[in-house]
Design a protein around this ligand. Structure first.
Ligand SMILES: Nc1ncnc2c1ncn2[C@@H]1O[C@H](COP(=O)(O)OP(=O)(O)OP(=O)(O)O)[C@@H](O)[C@H]1O
Length: 286
């Protein structure tokens, strides 16, 4: 089998057409700690379309990772309703509707690059030849064909992150959940990875929810930037990004473009400008 299908029986891309990627209605999350209740999220309303790239930005502790974890079914909301492709996050996870990539690449050191990429396929019973076909495609997609037989410790941080992204795409998810995946990279590698991610998303047509502290990163990548307010995290503003794209996504020249700077300013104002976010600590506005 060369093309994994979701357990719904529908190819993920076809299922993605059937519903919004994410729909949050009045979502709240309260953590109970020994020091008392911590309200991480309050009354979050957000709809993310199939194939849409949404960046979440906001001060440290405003609940960005919590929202991502709720979507990923790594935790559950305490109020409101959350659906992923029209069903519960649990059902979406079981149907392998999404892939996850976090700040740490989280590769298994004893497995080769190819074997790391193939791991989700192996866990879900895809046969050897199907796995080989898919991992070959993905190695090419992330530009690591020549490193298929290498082990994680033989790769740079950026290359490890590309392996993690390839692994998250292995099952052709309709939704990618990314929590500061480039946070630990140097600035040059980070910009290269952003350009590659835009290209990869244009090709895979997955929706993406991308948590970042960097305004330029959010603007370069996203169709919409969701600006969150300090705890309890709410959506302060949603900034649409209308930068020119060609079929392959966005290119490097865009970073020098006046429309890019205007969008960066717009997001910065949303973070600082209207009193929703007074102390935007932890947000990189460079
Ligand atoms: N498991 C938990 N138990 C108790 N409190 C938690 C838990 N997870 C998160 N929190 C609290 O919820 C709030 C939101 O945390 P979260 O990690 O979602 O923020 P964030 O916006 O991703 O922050 P950062 O930008 O610093 O990564 C914080 O006050 C945090 O302390």
């Amino acid at each position: 089998m060369s093309t994994p299908v979701s357990t719904t029986g529908l190819p993920p891309a076809a299922f993605a057409l059937a519903a919004h990627a994410v729909e949050a209605t009045g979502v709240g999350k309260v953590f109970t700690t020994r020091a008392g209740a911590v309200t991480a999220l309050e009354d979050v309303h957000l709809t993310i379309g199939a194939g849409e790239f949404v960046a979440l930005i906001g001060p440290s502790g405003c609940g960005k990772s919590t929202l991502l974890r709720l979507i990923a079914d790594l935790d559950t909301p305490t109020s409101g309703e959350l659906t992923v492709f029209g069903r519960s996050p649990r059902a979406a996870r079981e149907a392998q509707d999404y892939g996850i990539a976090f700040q740490q690449a989280g590769l298994l050191p004893w497995r080769s690059v190819r074997a790391n990429i193939e791991l989700p396929l192996e866990l879900h019973g895809v046969g050897r030849s199907g796995r080989t076909v898919r991992s070959t495609e993905l190695l090419e997609l992330v530009g690591l064909t020549e490193f298929a037989g290498h082990f994680p410790h033989q790769l740079s941080g950026g290359m490890q992150q590309r392996v993690a992204i390839a692994r998250s795409l292995a099952e052709q998810p309709s939704l990618l959940l990314m929590d500061e995946p480039f946070g630990a990279l140097d600035e040059m590698t980070r910009e290269r990875m952003q350009t590659e991610l835009v290209r990869i998303c244009a090709e895979s047509r997955a929706a993406v929810v991308f948590v970042t502290h960097s305004i330029p990163e959010a603007v370069f990548l996203a169709d919409r930037v969701v600006v969150m307010s300090p705890r309890p995290g709410r959506i302060a503003e949603v900034v649409p990004i209308t930068l020119t794209r060609d079929a392959a996504g966005r290119d490097e020249d865009l970073r020098e473009d006046a429309t890019f700077f205007a969008a960066v300013t717009r997001v910065r104002e949303a973070l600082h400008g209207d009193g929703h976010v007074r102390a935007a600590r932890g947000v990189d506005v460079r």
